[in-house]
Design a protein around this ligand. Sequence first.
Ligand SMILES: CC(C)(COP(=O)(O)OP(=O)(O)OC[C@H]1O[C@@H](n2cnc3c(N)ncnc32)[C@H](O)[C@@H]1OP(=O)(O)O)[C@@H](O)C(=O)NCCC(=O)NCCS
Length: 231
Amino acid sequence: MRIEFARSFVAPGESWASTADRLAEGRGPVLAVDLSEEMLRFEVDDEHRLAVRPMTEGDFPDVSRWVQTAHVAKWWDEHQSLEQVAAHYGPALTGADPTRLWVLEVNGRSVGFTQDYRIDDHPEWALLSGMPGAIGFDYAIGEPAWVGRGIGTKLLWVFLRDIVVPAYPDAPILFAAPDHRNAGSLRLLAKLGFTQGAWFDEPQSDGTVETVVGCSVDVAKVMRSAVVTGE
Ligand SMILES: CC(C)(COP(=O)(O)OP(=O)(O)OC[C@H]1O[C@@H](n2cnc3c(N)ncnc32)[C@H](O)[C@@H]1OP(=O)(O)O)[C@@H](O)C(=O)NCCC(=O)NCCS
């Protein structure tokens, strides 16, 4: 089922997501399809069961494999071996690092992973991004068979709206900064209602810099909702 309405249709104080839920009359979960234009497009997807679950150590072999897959490695060049993945992501599983790690599932199969964190926990990133107080997140659809089929947009919507937004009720903004050449990632964010801001250079571990595009979304305007669409 498709749900479409103009931005001007949204009532004062109501988010785009809440408006879509109201129009779906309980037939949800309602997923964002394209929120980049004046007409906002949502849908109910009866074909895929989408879920986001906490990552465990048992997922490290998948994570290692995913970050070595060509379409991910192009933008994600660190911590690739199983040992490196365990060393880098392990502290977040024990609570030593407040970053939260998640696995994305389609119909019970793991297809990718995400992480979220308070940008203020990373003072250098807060300064560089100009986004103190915001929540940062990163994401990859690691299974090549699932790339470019619209599933990343849907899974990221479930992740942001149901996992990230409720966890940080005081945070007004979500923020991600893809490489300026990462057209797929930039388009995905636009489809979820993000707007592009400043371009800036992010130092990399190998001494180079990557020019990234700061993308942010106003949580209250776009996705805050009482209705939960996923796990
Ligand atoms: C970015 C990523 C999560 C997108 O997931 P996905 O499931 O492939 O994305 P979707 O199929 O939902 O497509 C989202 C939009 O991006 C477009 N897109 C995808 N790949 C693209 C590419 N290489 N170039 C241009 N547009 C692209 C799609 O066409 C779609 O837009 P449209 O509906 O207007 O046609 C996935 O490609 C990925 O994991 N990439 C590697 C890791 C990465 O870059 N992570 C982000 C770091 S900031």
